[in-house]
Design a protein around this ligand. Structure first.
Ligand code: NAP
Ligand code: MG
Length: 405
């Protein structure tokens, strides 16, 4: 072994809960610390520590991410009623850390699948990952609903602080009806657009964006307009330099084109479209355990994590002393994403190269047929795969990694 790879700026490290916390330590001990002189600013976002700090630790971690630019996060428990019973010491039903971090960083979430040779997406022409960017503010998720029973008319009124008012008629109805009013903010749409263009440049992928502006001429038209303004004023030159395309189309046309495509692009979606399409795309690509999730803010600050949760069921088995076959791939790729980005920002080529090698070691291990239980049932007919537990899987990855260094 040569000397460890040096780092300059620390990465923000957000530790988490349950099985993913167990994997987190294994990944660091086996796959990172032996090879890198790891510098992190450590924040313990486990549920009990969030409780002890009255959730200040989450805010601190998000602010550290703004300061340092790159973070890696372990999955964390979002408490619900059942968790309040499981952890009686909780003084409050703390909010989702991801929600808190996302709002502090004003970020957009990009979800991308990790592809391996022996598992083919359900859509057979998909050869490259499709990354979905979901706008995470407003529309139907912050809308108000109303049910009425008699004939009548609904209007929508905006009262400006200046005293100006704007009113339009929604509809006159002759019987029972349902109503809904939704909104979005120009600032949020603009941040979303910036994060999308920035991430497309960072990952050198084309950007697609789709809405239904032929129907929602003002509402969706605003999304289309803001994306165009941002593209023309700030990102076009860099897109052209990199040979990238910004492509706008209607949502129904986008769906048809995505299915026929070979993948390899980012698809920016409005909130509801992103909610639906990300489940469709991730299922078609395989397993939740093979999905990464990246939070990008308009200024390029980036936080990497796995898309899955803390894998509670496996954790309870682990607590009983059973070895589990939990898939660490997405969590490893969260680390490699953060290390690569840190390497790029600090001009440390070895760090970015190490991230590439560790990812290749994971894929080569699976290529040998060594994988966790969740994937064994997904491999192509004729490919020989056998399930190992997480320890064995990580040990096999380490062997590949050592050979490549
Ligand atoms: P989950 O942790 O994603 O797990 C759901 C199921 O998916 C598991 O029981 C397992 O299925 C399978 N799975 C997920 N990841 C896997 C992996 N790496 N390897 C193998 N199998 C995997 O979702 P959940 O059980 O609904 O949520 C558990 C906790 O996670 C909750 O407290 C929730 O708040 C939290 N959560 C956190 C985040 C985050 O921090 N980003 C995201 C989502 C959920 P089998 O049991 O069939 O093997
Ligand atoms: Mg969904």
């Amino acid at each position: 072994m040569n000397e460890k790879i040096r780092m300059l700026t620390p990465i923000v490290e957000m530790d988490g809960d349950e099985m993913t916390r167990v994997l987190w330590q294994m990944i660091k001990d086996q796959l990172i610390i032996p090879f890198i002189d790891l510098k992190t600013e450590y924040y313990d976002l486990s549920l009990l520590h969030r409780n002890e700090t009255k959730d200040q630790v989450t805010v601190d971690a998000a602010n550290a991410t703004r300061r340092l630019g790159v973070a890696v996060k372990c999955a964390t428990i979002t408490p619900n009623k059942q968790r309040m019973e499981e952890y009686p010491q909780l003084t409050e039903m703390w909010k989702s850390p991801n929600g808190t971090i996302r709002s502090i960083l004003d970020g957009t979430v990009f979800r991308a699948p990790i592809l391996m040779d022996a598992i083919h997406p359900v859509v057979k022409n998909w050869k490259l990952p499709i990354t979905i960017a979901r706008h995470a503010y407003g529309d139907v998720y912050k809308s108000v609903d109303l049910y009425t029973t008699e004939p009548g008319t609904a209007t929508l009124t905006f009262c400006g602080e200046s005293g100006d008012e704007k009113t339009i008629t929604v509809q006159k109805v002759d019987g029972p009806a349902v109503w809904q009013a939704a909104h979005n903010k120009e600032k949020s749409i603009r941040s979303f657009a910036r994060a999308c263009f920035q991430y497309a440049i960072d990952t050198k992928q084309d950007l697609w964006f789709s809405t239904k502006d032929t129907i929602a001429k003002v509402y969706d038209g605003e999304f289309k307009k803001v994306f165009e303004e941002e593209y023309e004023s700030t990102y076009r030159a860099e897109f052209e330099r990199l040979g990238l395309t910004y492509f706008y189309t209607l949502i129904d046309d986008a769906v048809a084109r995505v299915i026929r495509s070979k993948g390899g692009f980012i698809w920016a979606c409005k909130n509801y479209d992103g909610d639906v399409m990300s489940d469709m795309v991730s299922t078609a690509f395989g397993s939740l355990a093979m999905m990464t999730s990246v939070l990008v803010s308009p200024d390029g600050t980036t936080e990497y994590e796995a898309a899955h949760g803390t894998v509670t069921k496996h954790y309870y088995k682990h607590l009983k002393g059973e070895a589990t076959s939990t898939n660490p791939t997405a969590t490893i790729f969260a680390w490699t994403g953060a290390l690569r980005k840190r390497g790029q920002l600090d001009g440390i080529e070895e760090l970015a190269a190490f991230a590439d090698k560790l990812e290749k070691a994971v894929l080569d291990t699976m290529g040998d047929g060594i994988m966790t239980k969740d994937l064994v049932g997904l491999v192509d007919d004729g490919f020989e795969a056998h399930a190992v537990n997480s320890d064995e899987f990580i040990a096999a990855i380490r062997q590949h990694l050592e050979k490549s260094l």
